[in-house]
Ligand binder design. Structure first.
Ligand code: FAD
Length: 466
């Protein structure tokens, strides 16, 4: 077997693995990255980036339809799906090419193949040219996750995972989305905006489980306006081919309903890819959900074996994985104080309107024993939101009643996936609601809504009639 000797071998080139590899190289380490598919992982190829590109296109169509309100008539927009998919793929290529270029500049070797851990210091890789053993002092597992489904609902021609839904050959006239989490809602909204008749089947009592219902309710209302049918407390029980289409049986409170569709999209969650990695060779067993346990530096129980990203636990988000990658790289390079010690990890959902939140909700803060003060401000009273034709939603600030420190911020509305960064900085820095309220925010801009929500914590929001 051919052999490569290196300092660190990283398994997986998603946002956790590639970021970790680059930082290790910046610290002077010799790095080999084993990736069996494309550089960039799920996020760049079949996740965050392509989904946001399609969502923009759908929003564009929706905006064109309603432009007559401004005196602009463009008629029903026509979609060339093949061109849209090509355009989206161009963005993906540019980003994955960027990672490849950075690898070359930093002399990081990409070994294209499937990795299996052989021992704490060796990883065996199956490549197209044959087997290669990579020996290294440190092994970083960044193998990510993959879409889950139910038995009998295997992915194929009729049942898409998010991956197929991001590269459609034909726009389905009717689409049933099983699972109303963030991936199902984001993609469901794209298809609805593009012209499909979309039904969301969600088992829990509301869409976007895990999200504050105060926020998800606003999105549910807008989704219904966009013609999306939302069936909550409902379970997709079986499906079959019927005529030229499909028939899906959905159960709600013991009652069965047969629904006709042309395509099914399963978005019922993702599972970590930790089964076939050879973890037993280094004395590790993933937990029941398949995650690998780590310490504050992202080192596993086995010294010199590290785990980051979706493989290492919730939240399964790209930026959490990248931050863990940086922490693990610093620890491997022996940097003093290296640790993953983020106070908060923001969450962003690219529905219409968008949702973003960071830190504690009002209920969580109270559960933790905080006495809280709440500030709220609506995008409906913000000039920029109105001029963008996106004056829906609000920002809610949860502050500690004793010392005014911001504990959490929840947002639903225009561009809140961008606005949440200010709130995350505020919480990381231990800022108070007054600190943000006293910071001069440019006018007219959307961040003024966060500033006024902070003023409202003290009952002083100038543009509120409360
Ligand atoms: P991955 O990105 O999954 O990368 C792991 C890589 O490891 C893969 O390329 C895989 O091929 C490789 N690999 C696995 N096993 C082996 C092996 N044995 N040998 C060689 N290679 C291997 N997150 C956000 O933060 N924001 C978003 O807006 C967002 N949108 C999303 C939209 C969709 C449709 C989906 C599906 C996901 C989205 N996510 C989003 C989640 C995000 O993509 C993941 O959290 C992120 O990609 C995880 O990064 P990772 O590096 O841990 O793993």
């Amino acid at each position: 077997m051919a052999e490569i000797k290196t300092d660190v071998v990283v398994i997986g080139a998603g946002p956790a693995g590639y970021v970790c590899a680059i930082r290790l190289a910046q610290y002077g380490k010799k790095v080999v990255v084993v990736e069996e598919a494309e550089l960039g992982g799920t996020c760049l190829n079949v996740g965050c980036i392509p989904s946001k590109a399609l969502i923009l296109a759908g929003q564009f169509m929706e905006d064109a339809r309603s432009a007559s309100e401004m005196g602009i008539t463009v008629g029903e927009p026509k979609l060339d799906l093949a061109q849209l998919v090509d355009w989206k793929q161009g963005i993906v290529k540019r980003l994955t090419g960027g990672v490849e270029m950075l690898f070359k500049k930093r002399s990081i070797e990409w070994l294209k193949g499937t990795a299996r851990i052989a021992s704490p210091n060796a990883v065996d890789v199956k490549t197209a040219e044959g087997a290669v053993r990579v020996t290294a002092l440190d092994v970083v597992v960044a193998s990510g996750s993959e879409p889950s489904t139910f038995p009998g609902w295997e992915f194929g021609e009729h049942i898409w995972s998010s991956t197929e839904a991001l590269a459609p050959k034909k726009l389905p006239a009717r689409l049933v989305v099983v699972g109303g989490g963030y991936i199902g809602m984001e993609l469901g909204m794209f298809y609805a905006h593009a012209g499909s008749k979309v039904t969301i089947v969600e088992a829990t009592p509301g869409i976007l489980p895990g999200t504050d219902p105060e926020l998800s309710k606003v999105v549910a209302r807008k989704a219904k306006k966009a013609g999306i049918e939302i069936l909550t407390g409902s379970f997709a029980r079986e499906w079959k081919k019927k005529g030229k289409g499909l028939e899906i049986t959905v159960e709600n409170g013991g009652e069965m309903r047969a629904m006709a569709s042309d395509q099914i999209l399963m978005t019922v969650g993702r599972k970590p890819r930790t089964q076939d990695l050879g973890l037993d060779a280094v004395g590790l067993t993933p937990d029941k959900q398949g995650f690998i346990a780590t310490d504050h530096q992202r080192q596993t129980r086995t010294r010199h074996v590290w785990a980051i990203g979706d493989a290492a636990g919730q939240p399964m988000l790209a930026h959490k994985g990248s931050a863990e990658g940086l922490a693990a790289a610093a620890a491997i390079a022996g940097k003093p104080g290296a640790a993953f010690d983020a106070k908060v990890v923001p969450a962003v959902i690219f529905t219409d309107p968008e949702i973003a939140y960071v830190g504690l909700t009002e209920a969580e803060a109270k559960e933790k024993g905080h006495e809280v003060r709440i500030g709220k401000f609506s995008f409906g009273a913000n000039g920029r939101a109105l001029s963008l034709r996106r004056a829906e939603g609000f920002v809610k600030v949860v502050a500690d009643a004793q010392d005014d420190v911001i504990l959490g911020v929840q947002m639903v509305g225009p561009e809140v996936t961008e606005l949440i960064a200010e709130a995350a900085v505020a919480i990381e820095a231990g800022l108070t609601a007054e600190d943000l309220a006293l910071t001069v925010h440019a006018h007219p801009t959307l961040p003024e809504v966060l500033m006024e929500a902070c003023e409202d914590v003290h009952g002083l929001a100038v543009h509120s009639a409360k």
